[in-house]
Design a protein around this ligand. Sequence first.
Ligand code: UDX
Ligand code: ADP
Length: 465
Amino acid sequence: MNIKNICCIGAGYVGGPTMAVVAQKCPHIKVTIVDINASRIAAWNNQDLSKLPVFEPGLDKIVGEARGRNLFFSTDIDQAIDEADMIFMSVNTPTKTYGKGKGMAADLKYIELCARQIARVSKSDKIVVEKSTLPVRTASAIKNILEHTGNGVKFQILSNPEFLAEGTAVQDLLNPDRVLIGGDTTDAGQKAIQALVDVYANWVPKERILTTNVWSSELSKLTANAFLAQRVSSINALSQLCEKSGADVHEVSKAIGMDSRIGSKFLKASVGFGGSCFQKDILNLVYIAKTYGLNEVADYWEQVILMNEHQKNRFSDNIVTTLYNTVSGKKITFLGWAFKKDTNDTRESPAIQVADNLLSERAHISVYDPKVVEERIYADLDYLNTRSSEENRALLQVSNDPYTASKASHAIAVLTEWDEFKTYDWQKIYDQMQKPAFVFDGRGILDTKALEKIGFVCYKIGSGS
Ligand code: UDX
Ligand code: ADP
């Protein structure tokens, strides 16, 4: 089967970049990305490519090339479904905030609405591809909805989890380690798998396209994220031991990373992991294990999350203790709010929890992030519901340059590893701060020896003194 028309439901951090790359690499396929959020679609259609709703290095160029040629952004979901041979579901699957599985299971409300809409609108056979991270066996639930509410047309469900990391999405999509496609073992299932393999084969070498059954594919996504997050929690656990014992976690990371069995990636100690996937996917895994009665399995993975919570809390506790046990009325400057560099995404960013802890101690916070807008920062804090939004606005200010943000502050805390932080005129920053001037480097990116020469008192995550 030759795919000519693809529709993607959900124009977010996954759907947007993924489908932009599909369109760029497959000029013979019409790709339409739809979303219920009209302002998001308007932003994707913005003539000014620096104003796309998702910031990813290189994405503006790809959208600029394909948009209007074979890549379209629209709010007309029904029309896009009707015209497509293949439909990607890339809607959000947040952790449930209510009912059974609250705080753990994935909320499949958006997926279900999406499936019902596909069933209602479709007048011809379609291949439906799960792109969003979903708990194991969701495909069969989607299949049920499609088959029981549809117009008698045939649907094939594939699982094609996305492994792109934000900040490197374009590179990850252009040159993936592997593409995973799960589908039915029936003839029709195998044909659908082949149709999707053919789409990727336009730019991905065949040996990197892996096909499995649907459940292996769904579970592989959760497992990959759980393993990666586990590495971060493992090195973060060691970072505290290094600080106490006088070892340096950066040296330990290098030493163990050179063991080819361990490998060097994902061993950077940090203030904690964030992002839309790690926590959500592990909670999901924990919930699935619990529903099968596998309590030891559930506890094992849950510890990765608990370690991450601890890492964020001990970072803010350390700021309070170092600033003579009180930060009340003191100004603390945050460099970075995004959950990692090169993205404007802030979901589960450790900065949010650290800020919330310090605001509860009545600190005044001033934030500078190169890509995150002010409204997002306030929305993140308001969402926690710890204090009124008026209080959040009174206690926390957002600046659009780092020198204004650090003026008269008592301490600087690095929450995101943006490269530009390393290039600042740190003498100028020191001169305008309160003394003693403290730096808390939660990402281990600054040259603390040089800063100490200027006069700063430095804390670097994982470095014992
Ligand atoms: C992750 C997976 O990497 C990706 O394959 C999947 O598709 C989605 O989830 P993402 O959340 O975009 O991607 O970012 P990732 O690079 O994995 O980083 C997650 C968090 O871990 C970030 O907050 C990052 O700063 C932190 N991290 C990562 C560390 O603290 N130390 C490290 O060594 C690596
Ligand atoms: P991700 O990181 O997985 O891409 P996002 O939250 O960035 O997650 O994007 C998901 C997108 O899906 C949002 O823009 C949201 O408006 C959209 N969405 C959710 N439900 C539907 C739906 N039923 N129809 C169309 N779009 C939807």
